[in-house]
Write a protein that binds this ligand. Structure first.
Ligand code: GAR
Length: 217
């Protein structure tokens, strides 16, 4: 199975996926990395891992439809069975999402449906959340709104600031994202527009782990 990873920045989730691939735990081959920015540090991580890279520079397209068309062209040229969003900070057209809906996953730094959008760690602290975390979900046209598959819960500490909380959440992102990819690779996970099927059964609610607990089989 062939996966393409889409990034816009640092690429630490990409790195976690590449590490899982190297360890034989991912079940898919990352055949290319696409960045929406030519200065994304994640591009260096991809190149260092010997991965093909492409930049589809969002600033060079007149609008979302043109950008998404260029993105699709690259994804399809690499014959991706799976599209992995890993800190890809662009909003897609509905047409793009529908085209890849049954084979596109995202990692988001909150316990969805709480805290969609940006600055989730800052908002979790400002709003007095006692728990925060991250979610791997199927992508649907509704922003950060697709069915959630696996979440990791992280306690918010009194002394946390945005950065300390983000670091603890990020460590969990790096655990749960490759794990869900493996389920997809093994044919255990099917993505539908309004539900996800795991081991033949619709997931009534997301699976959850606490930081430090073992991941579900
Ligand atoms: C990650 O925290 C990811 O969950 C978040 O961007 C960061 C990218 O970090 N994604 C979103 O906020 C998407 N809505 P990375 O480039 O080091 O993987």
């Amino acid at each position: 199975m062939r996966a393409v990873v889409l990034i816009s920045g640092r690429g630490s989730n990409l790195q976690a996926l590449l590490a899982a691939q190297r360890g034989g735990e991912l079940g898919v081959k990352i055949v290319g990395v696409i960045s929406s920015r030519d200065d994304a540090p994640g591009l260096r991580r991809a190149a260092a891992a010997g991965c093909r890279v492409a930049v589809v520079d969002a600033t060079r397209y007149p609008g979302r439809a043109a950008f998404d068309a260029a993105l699709s062209e690259q994804i399809d040229a690499w014959q991706a069975d799976l599209v992995l969003l890993a800190g890809f900070l662009r909003i897609f057209t509905d047409d793009f999402v529908i085209r890849y809906q049954n084979r596109m996953l995202n990692i988001h730094p909150s316990l969805l449906p709480a805290l969609r959008g940006l600055h989730t760690h800052r908002r979790a602290i400002a709003e007095g959340h006692t728990e925060h975390g991250c979610s791997v979900h199927a992508v649907t046209p509704e922003l950060d709104g697709g069915p959630v598959i696996l979440q990791a819960r992280v306690a918010v500490r009194a002394e946390d600031d945005e950065q300390t909380l983000a670091e603890r959440v990020l460590r969990q992102e790096h655990r749960i994202y490759p794990h869900v990819v493996r389920w997809f690779a093994d044919g255990r996970l099917q993505l539908n527009p309004d539900s996800v099927i795991l081991d033949g059964k619709p997931l009534a609610r997301p699976l959850q782990v606490r930081a430090g607990d073992p991941l579900p089989d």
